[in-house]
Write a protein of this length. Structure first.
Lengths: 349, 349
DNA sequence: CTGAAAGCGCTTACAG
DNA sequence: CTGAAAGCGCTTACAG
């Protein structure tokens, strides 16, 4: 009457073998084993093989806590986010973090997640990350100019790179997507379609990239005043509200450009509630190219940002910096427009 | 001619003070400092204060690498995910991980992210996590019955809890949302509205929770055969395809129930492409209550799953288990229906 | 209640 | 090219 599938018996974790035991079995010193482990070229091929054999047989794995204590590195990278909850629920951050983690894994590093809430900063936990040797370096995502604590890392000489945001005057290491070019492409496209009355729903101007979008937009539409702009705070909710506000002021709008896809989705929602057809009556353009943007009706025209690649590159550069490279990191990744269904030629009056 | 904003000068990281230095300054032994640090009750109030003062003045922070090497714990938890990229771009995982990270931080633990790709498993990296002392325990998210490697942790005696999936026959520790009750609520509601021709777009049946939904659905609609079911593989794309397939077979369908919101969103997209009105002609119900579901038009009726709470609870329980608690972890969190706009009374024929 | 000593498991000069 | 020894910065029995 055996149960159809045996529950697993929980064993006591086995005692791990140490480097000393390997040294003993191989008849060498622990120094030699250590050097074999670290591919130190001083070791002869012969002893290298002899020691490897013992290591493999014993299934020995070096304790990385001990390695970190003796050595210089923890081989752990921190990812700092403002609020974890919304950040992680967001495809934008998801791509960024995936890029970081994949690259880190390939370069033999672990990644730890940290949410930099106000009290985290107040208690200087961001510096504790280094002082207590939790990490060798950090990547910062989703912060803005008001987050002055970001300067602390450089001041203290700790490797840190900002991903997909800019703090040019701070002289901080950064990897960003080209928001300027992306915005330029959108404006060119909308103007080619004949649109002149265009509303902009931008993200919070605390964020440098939002300011870039606003800046380019204004340059490309000198005839439009600030009543054509509205803050959508990066969210669907505010995207909806912003759309209503814009349309109250300018019922003759023929296009809405949003600083991210979530706000664009909010705009489409608002337009649909108002019985306005997209793109027949109003065109909508987003920014980011999150997965959902393909699945809404009409599918959203937007700018593709290489978030995964940005995370990947930032991580690679950070590790180089940890290893002693000293040039300032300041990379820009190119972006491109993705045409879908939410945009069309301007309707005739 | 000073620059408007000085770029930061990158300092050399300062030399950290050690416990020995604190001991010297306080005129006690390192053992005493250590005991003060760990709130050991053996220490007198007087010496405790004396030592604390020196610690504060020096801004001393214990090196946690050294602490881990001497002590029993690393105070690091691993979060294991199948594929990072899609997982993190998904609100479902985002909530789960936020719940885990927040709780971990409150209990003084760090969280490291690990993507369990096929070669990760093949190279036994999941056990290396423990063998090399990267973590004290792991939380597993998004796996299914084919991921037999999950048994390895329990076999080796390593603390592991599965979050929001079930492996009942494996006897593994788990924290899950109540899919059974959620599905039951959906079926009751749809049947109250008069629907009898209901199509089910379920997630992959490898996943236990998908099987629960299928099981309840069949029990509640004994008159419907398997042609009313279609696999939507948890994605929007397949949700679209599944909807078309279902409607080809049953043009008289009046309701579609999807095993997650993404597939439900796909269904709405497909219906819209076919010119079918939701909910006037067909009602749509999702599962998960991801943020987007409120912002589509019509807003999606769905089942709310407490993902954040599941992550939080799983993390708390895992830490208890690490600390020596030995009871099997098997918790279920309740779910509830959220009525929005995508459902309505059955249309008369 | 506190101190001296050993030990955690590695790496890294330094001899030879 | 390899070994003996010191050291990384803590914690934990063990004396006293």
């Amino acid at each position: 009457m055996a149960a159809p599938s045996e529950p697993i018996t929980r064993a006591k974790p086995a005692k791990r073998v140490s480097i000393r035991e390997i040294a003993r079995q191989a008849g060498v010193s622990t120094a030699t084993v250590s050097m074999v482990l670290n591919d130190n070229p001083k070791i002869t091929q012969a002893t290298r093989e002899k020691v490897r054999k013992v290591i493999d047989r014993a299934g020995y794995q070096p304790n990385r806590i001990a390695q970190s204590l003796s050595g210089k590195y923890t081989r752990v990278l921190g990812v700092l986010l403002p609020t974890l909850r919304h950040a992680l629920a967001d495809p934008y951050f998801g791509e960024l973090i995936s890029g970081i983690c994949d690259r880190a894994a390939r370069l033999g590093h672990k990644v730890t997640l940290e949410s930099a809430k106000p009290d985290f900063i107040r208690e200087k936990k961001h510096l504790e990350l280094f002082d207590r040797r939790f990490v060798d370096g950090v990547l910062c995502i989703g912060f803005n100019d008001r987050h002055v604590f970001l300067k602390d890392f450089a001041k203290a000489g700790h490797p840190m790179v900002v991903v997909n945001n800019q703090f040019d005057s701070w002289g901080v290491d950064q990897v960003v997507c080209d928001y300027r070019s992306g915005t330029d492409q959108v404006m060119t496209y909308l103007q080619q379609l004949g649109h002149t009355k265009i509303g902009l729903i931008h993200g919070s101007p605390d964020v440098f990239t939002s300011r870039v979008i606003i800046d380019v937009f204004k340059h490309r539409t000198p005839e439009l005043d600030d009543t054509f702009l509205e803050d959508g705070h990066f969210t669907e909710e505010h995207g909806i509200a912003a759309t209503h506000a814009l349309l109250e002021r300018h019922p003759d709008l023929t296009a809405i450009f949003a600083g991210n896809d979530k706000m664009a989705l909010g705009a489409m929602r608002a337009l649909s509630l108002r019985g306005i057809k997209v793109p027949e009556q109003i065109s909508v353009v987003g920014f980011d190219d999150i997965p959902y943007s393909k699945f809404v009706t009409p599918a959203l025209t937007t700018v593709h940002l290489p978030f995964y690649e940005a995370g990947d590159l930032a991580c690679e550069r950070l590790i180089q910096r940890i290893r002693g490279k000293n040039d300032r990191i300041n990379e820009t990744l190119s972006t491109h427009l993705v045409l879908r269904e939410s945009t069309g030629i301007v309707p005739r009056a």
